[in-house]
Design a binder for this molecule. Structure first.
Ligand code: GDP
Ligand code: IMO
Ligand code: MG
Length: 429
């Protein structure tokens, strides 16, 4: 039996949703273990596009989907997403979707705080998605969060909301001159969610444990990317959860020995949404071409994604941090029209060569990428379905990526569609 983790190796939006959807065919259970609706995962099946923010991307393959304890869930968004999927004819009832009783709820004050802080920071803002993610994880860490298990008990829930709003309202009003909230209104609004979600709440850890004991295969779906990780990313320009493979265990409630493989999703170039360092960012025509060809707009906020060359320093960082056993290269087709393709293999910092990703943003800001240039293949590869049919130059590019990352390329994606994929090794096989 195999249990596989999927993580992003860069700054998110690598195409995790597409690969999870594809691999979910071989899994019985798909679980998301961190983040919330800051994520936007896109799947394209038979020409139809689906975007999920909270429901795991295994839902289109009709697999049991789990929201792990490590996630933060905005019940309003989850309700909308369930309705959206139902409208598309997809079953998202409590038999198909289960929410950990320990997952934290995003509350209306989390969103107000997130946006008020960003506004106050002005140019120094992080560029969050404004979904209340950071303030919700902050309350979890300071032990004032509200979990699904608390929502189920009306009295406990009411008490918690009244207590915390006392402090949040004071902070919102006096520090941010922002709107405040009426606790009774919030309690009322959330009692509707209690009714909707009561039958979805489950002990997800026990569910996974029992599934594995019964020979079921589990796919763990990461959100964001390695360099948005709270510990190992470009702090403070990161998200507020651990995005690494190690957290698949903590965020769902199983131990590490159950994991048989970790696939890192690598976009064939690099993108980033929001602020923060990005050494290989292109602000020239090539950056524009990649942005347009790759349709690089955020699936959650619609923001234009910053684009740049593939950075082997960060992908190698992801190989180590996640113990990657294989790579899935996505959006290779976006490079089809380019004469030359560059890969950053090292940084130069004040005359010194750096091969590892620095922790200091000041050092990073002064790092100049050192590039290796490979010839482009100048051919449409989006209809190719075997490795052998790829142009020689595209294969040379993939081989060089594999060599630089010291990790085998196991999947190649040449378009957004589920079928536009070349699988060299199925991690579940
Ligand atoms: P995720 O957050 O990692 O799931 O990625 P997103 O869904 O936010 O962004 C990836 C975008 O690229 C989506 O619009 C996908 O439909 C699209 N995509 C995924 N793989 C490919 C590919 O191989 N080629 C092209 N052209 N688009 C792709
Ligand atoms: P997926 O799963 C890309 C970025 C935001 C911002 C920073 C902090 O689709 O790859 P937050 O709202 O989390 O406090 O914002 O993190 N960010 C993402 N960027 N893809 C994502 O998710 C992201 N989730 C958060 O743009 O820079
Ligand atoms: Mg995304």
């Amino acid at each position: 039996m195999s249990n596989v983790i999927i993580v992003g190796t860069q700054w998110g939006d690598e195409g995790k949703g597409k690969i999870v959807d594809l691999l979910a065919e071989h899994a019985d259970v798909v679980v998301r273990f961190q983040g919330g609706n800051n994520a936007g995962h896109t799947m394209v099946v038979d020409g139809e596009q689906f975007i999920s923010h909270l429901v795991p991307s295994g839902i289109l393959q009709k697999k049991t989907c789990l929201i792990g304890n490590g996630m933060v869930v905005d019940p309003e968004v989850l309700k909308e997403e369930i309705d959206y999927l139902k409208e598309k004819g997809i079953d998202v009832g409590p038999e198909k979707l289960k929410i950990s009783e320990r997952a934290h709820l995003i509350m209306p004050y989390h969103k107000l705080v997130d946006n008020a802080r960003e506004k106050m920071k002005g140019d120094g803002k992080i560029g969050t998605t404004g979904r209340g993610i950071g303030p919700c994880y902050e309350d979890k860490a300071t032990r004032r969060g509200i979990r699904f298990v608390d929502l189920l008990d009306g009295e406990t829930f009411g008490e918690k909301v009244r207590t915390i709003l006392d402090e949040k309202n004071f902070y919102l009003k006096n520090y941010h001159q922002a709107d405040t909230l009426d606790p009774e209104q919030v309690i009322d609004q959330y009692s509707e969610f209690r009714e909707i979600f009561a039958s979805y709440v489950e002990n997800v850890s026990v569910f996974i444990y029992d599934s594995m004991k019964n020979g079921k295969q589990v796919l763990f779906e990461g959100a964001q990317g390695t360099h948005l990780d709270i510990d190992h990313g470009t702090y403070p320009f990161v998200t507020s959860s651990s995005t690494l493979s190690g957290n698949a265990c903590c965020g769902s409630g199983i131990g590490p020995v159950e994991i048989s493989g970790v696939i890192g999703i690598v976009k064939a170039y690099t993108t980033r949404v929001g602020q923060g360092p990005f050494p290989t960012e292109l602000t020239d025509d090539i950056g524009d071409i990649i942005q347009k060809t790759g349709a690089e707009f955020g699936a959650t906020t619609g923001r234009r994604r910053r684009c740049g060359w593939l950075d082997a320093i960060i992908v190698r960082n992801a190989v180590r941090l996640n113990s990657l056993t294989g790579l899935a290269i996505t959006k290779l087709d976006v490079l089809d029209g380019l004469d030359d393709i560059k890969i950053c293999t090292a940084y130069e910092y004040r005359g010194e060569i750096l091969k590892d990703f620095p922790a200091s943003l000041d050092v990073l800001a002064e790092c100049k990428p050192i590039y290796e240039t490979l010839p482009g293949w100048k051919e449409d590869i989006s209809n190719i379905r075997t490795y052998e049919q790829l142009p020689d130059k595209a294969r040379a590019y993939l081989m060089r990526v594999e060599e630089l990352m010291e990790t085998p390329v196991q999947m190649i994606s040449v378009g957004p569609g589920r079928d536009q994929t070349i699988t060299l090794k199925n991690p579940f096989a």
